[in-house]
Design a protein around this ligand. Sequence first.
Ligand SMILES: Nc1ncnc2c1ncn2[C@@H]1O[C@H](COP(=O)(O)OP(=O)(O)O)[C@@H](O)[C@H]1O
Ligand SMILES: [Mg+2]
Length: 315
Amino acid sequence: MTLWIEKYRPASFDDIIGQRDSIEKLRAMVKQGDVQHMILSGPPGVGKTTSAMVLAKEIFGNTWTQNFMELNASDDRKLSVIQGKVKEFARSRPIDAPFKIIMFDEADSLTQEAQQALRRMMEEYSATCRFVFSVNYQSNIIEPLQSRCAILRFQPLSKEDVLSFIDRIAGKEGLEIDVKGKEALEYVSRGDLRALVNLLQSLSNISKKISADTVYVNSGMVDIGKIIEGLKAAISGNYLKSKETFSSLIESGVNMKELISQIFNVLTAQRDVLDDKARGYAIEKLAEIDYKIVEGATPFIQFQAFLAFLSALKG
Ligand SMILES: Nc1ncnc2c1ncn2[C@@H]1O[C@H](COP(=O)(O)OP(=O)(O)O)[C@@H](O)[C@H]1O
Ligand SMILES: [Mg+2]
């Protein structure tokens, strides 16, 4: 089985969505035939690894796989292993090129000690090797490494970008996704295109028709619209209606922990759902049932108690 994240990994700068500033800097490096040490920072699944691979292809042509090495988070992160791999790669000559490129994916998971060692390796091998680090947070990288690197910031992708990416894949794979289904995909993937592609691939194995319901059920995420609907029913005093709404969510396989954390998000972020005083009570009650569930109380009963509490606030 081909993984769609490889099948749909852009092969050229033109195919990379968004990230204009970063791509412009990378194109300039290709033009000059030189590459700086770099930190590519940004959230997951927005094109950091892909951009480094495209850079390697553009710079090295068909020797790119020999001149480019990626160490990702699943590799052993022991310092001795890193040192061994870097040495072995950096010592051997670049093939038909003035330097090689080594990429550390998710470098913010490296210890300070490992980062210090990398800084020394960078100095030692910088004549023949360029170092690229991808990180979620630049602040997790030690200052002496930061100061040696050009910093390229990768932005979260806009809703429009994500929707156009969905259309790109839907078109190629013959998927039928209605508007609500696309909105749901955009919502649950939170701008992470890797998560999105993986979800689309698993959904397509079930059916070529994709609706909002199948997206929520299969992603284990909760339909935020339904949460608001259920909360509003409870707050207006309609316990039975809110119970029905949440029961259908729970029966569809939503995980209770995820449900509670999404309700917390709604209560804190959506100011129009409750007035401030009621919000305070509701959050307190939610924390209480969350605790009881962790302690072993029956989740469904605790949840009903929360809804009953909300419904009673009205009176
Ligand atoms: N900007 C983008 N444009 C097009 N596809 C993207 C983009 N970002 C991520 N993808 C998709 O997600 C997959 C993973 O992207 P990747 O570059 O590995 O993300 P990360 O930023 O976590 O390194 C790619 O194979 C591609 O299918
Ligand atoms: Mg990556």
